[in-house]
Design a protein around this ligand. Sequence first.
Ligand SMILES: Nc1ncnc2c1ncn2[C@@H]1O[C@H](COP(=O)(O)OP(=O)(O)O)[C@@H](O)[C@H]1O
Ligand SMILES: [Mg+2]
Length: 402
Amino acid sequence: MKTNIAIFFGGKSVEHEISVISALQAINALDAEKYNVIPVYISKQGRWFTGDALLNMQNYRDLKALESKCTEVFMRPEYGDYNLYGAELKGMFRKSNPVIAELHVAIPVLHGTNGEDGIFEGLLETIGIPFAGCNTMSSANGMDKINMKMILRSEGIPVVDYVWFTDKQWISDREGIINKVETELGYPVIVKPANLGSSVGIGKATDRDSLVAKIDNAEKFSQRIIVEHCIEQLKEINCSVLGDADDHISSVCEEPIKTGDILSYEDKYMGGSKTTAGMQASDKRIPAEISNLQTKRIQDMVGETFRVLSCHGVSRVDVMIDEKDGNVYVNEINTIPGSLSFYLWEASGISFTELMDKLVQLAFKRKRETDRKTFTYDHNIFAMGGTGKGGTKSLKGGLKGK
Ligand SMILES: Nc1ncnc2c1ncn2[C@@H]1O[C@H](COP(=O)(O)OP(=O)(O)O)[C@@H](O)[C@H]1O
Ligand SMILES: [Mg+2]
């Protein structure tokens, strides 16, 4: 029997289009002998659609027309119900929603907000379906640049110095925040919304005026803002990790090529100033031109990052080398990386098809492991009269220890 795999992609994110590209690449790579692939496109409004029209990239030019060629679907938030249901009650006598597919495993290929940040993973965990990639907790920690840096720093993994604050604090205490940035970091600094991706909302500030302008801009995208020490002589290196927290391997390293100060959206997906869309078009050096020693150090550091964040599946960790002193810092982790980092695995001797197989196997492995844990505690306090003694009075007093 073939395994029914749902690939979820699109989503309410500034990286919606990038997710479409990654997902179609992943669908093409899945072994058709082993798997039935069910594409599930999540629109920018958050509606779910399935259908063959989703498999043709050209159809995404007109999203309204694409949606009309597809079937709207949903899953119920009930533990153990892995069905994908049709949303429309077509036909006069139809009382229940039709089952469009019985899923066995889900692979989220969603980038950024509402997909890579644990929100979607929370739904999958509620349903209990085996799924590829990070769980809710590790997705959330990996996505938030502030939480991620706090965890890494406390585990002894080097990250650049930073200051963080909320949009409310920025409104109420501008002076205090500016002073903190100037005394703790000095210029130049990099200002980032805490939870976006693809360089959206990120800017470099070289003085007080530009700091205010960059924070005002970042604040439009996120409630949490991070300002970081800027590495001026920067070499960026990316390295992918595959496996789970206890057992993982690191890929070869790549060096993405940027055209300005900051690796931009255009650099990442359009090959610098060129206009051919797609991550395969971005300029990069594989393997990166760094020493074997440096490569090994980075591979160990990214593996350790994956471990302390309890990651799962395939992630890409981006590190920064300060060429002034040779120090290496972890910049960020992408828990659902662009193109699922297949090009780094191909260069490491693992084909895209094998990578997809591995993600499916890991999803089932985690499901077996979590199913072994106990989630209920067999004591019925109501049956035992636990709340009886003080009657409702004890409830009014609050639940001790909760
Ligand atoms: N501390 C820093 N110093 C210098 N450049 C940085 C720093 N942080 C980020 N950058 C530049 O900005 C780019 C985007 O930042 P990053 O944190 O990776 O955000 P995103 O999640 O949007 O990819 C990086 O690839 C790098 O070119
Ligand atoms: Mg980045």
